[in-house]
Design a protein around this ligand. Structure first.
Ligand code: K1U
Ligand code: ZN
Length: 174
């Protein structure tokens, strides 16, 4: 396994719509394993393939707490098959926006269908942090970023700050 560099905003790769995988084969499994190691090292609770420069519909997530056993989820080609009408407002982070935390509104619960590490079709019913994290990572696969849920003014302030840090070569996050 390998730790991959995480792409920081602004970057055109983060705005691309990702292509589905045909099947979860050895190449995609290797990508999933590298992404998981990268996410744990960051540290984070989720990571989407475009954040490591790969425009395929692949996500890894582990929202287990430090006092719980690791519970990695390997997700390819996710689709939301059901979303609650109930909306939650929660603070989100993003490894492509180090040190930025913003409140975003999303459905409280979702049921998601996907292909797992062994190319098996699975469904998961998620709520709380897991539901938020899955939706955040699925947004990445469509080139939608946390800041795209904010007001235009807030979004451009954050993007300007990120561009400045990048230009200055500041060490932003991992
Ligand atoms: O997509 C990403 O950039 C990962 C992001 C996922 C996420 C977190 C919270 C709400 C929505 C989506 C992160 O993992 S940010 C880092 C973070 O939340 C965290 C870091 C260390 C320990 C626990 C959480
Ligand atoms: Zn993110």
């Amino acid at each position: 396994m390998a730790i991959l560099p995480i792409i920081k905003a602004p970057d055109p790769i983060l705005k691309k719509r990702c292509a589905p995988v045909e099947r979860v084969d050895d190449e995609i499994r290797r990508l999933m394993d590298d992404m998981l190691e990268t996410m744990y090292a960051a540290p984070g609770v989720g990571l989407a393939a475009p954040q490591v420069g790969v425009t395929r519909r692949v996500i890894v997530i582990d929202t287990a707490r430090h006092d719980e056993e690791p519970n990695p989820l390997f997700i390819a080609n996710p689709t939301i098959v059901e979303a609650s009408e109930e909306i939650a407002l929660r603070e989100e982070g993003c490894l492509s926006f180090p040190d930025q935390y913003e409140e975003v509104e999303r459905p409280e619960r979702v049921r998601v269908r996907y292909l797992d590490h062994e190319n098996e079709i699975r469904e998961i019913e998620a709520d709380g942090l897991l539901a938020i994290c899955i939706q955040h990572e699925m947004d990445h696969l469509d080139g939608v970023l946390m800041v795209d849920h904010l007001s235009g003014l807030k979004r451009s302030m954050i993007l300007r700050r990120m561009a400045k840090l990048k230009k200055a070569g500041a060490p932003v996050g991992a």
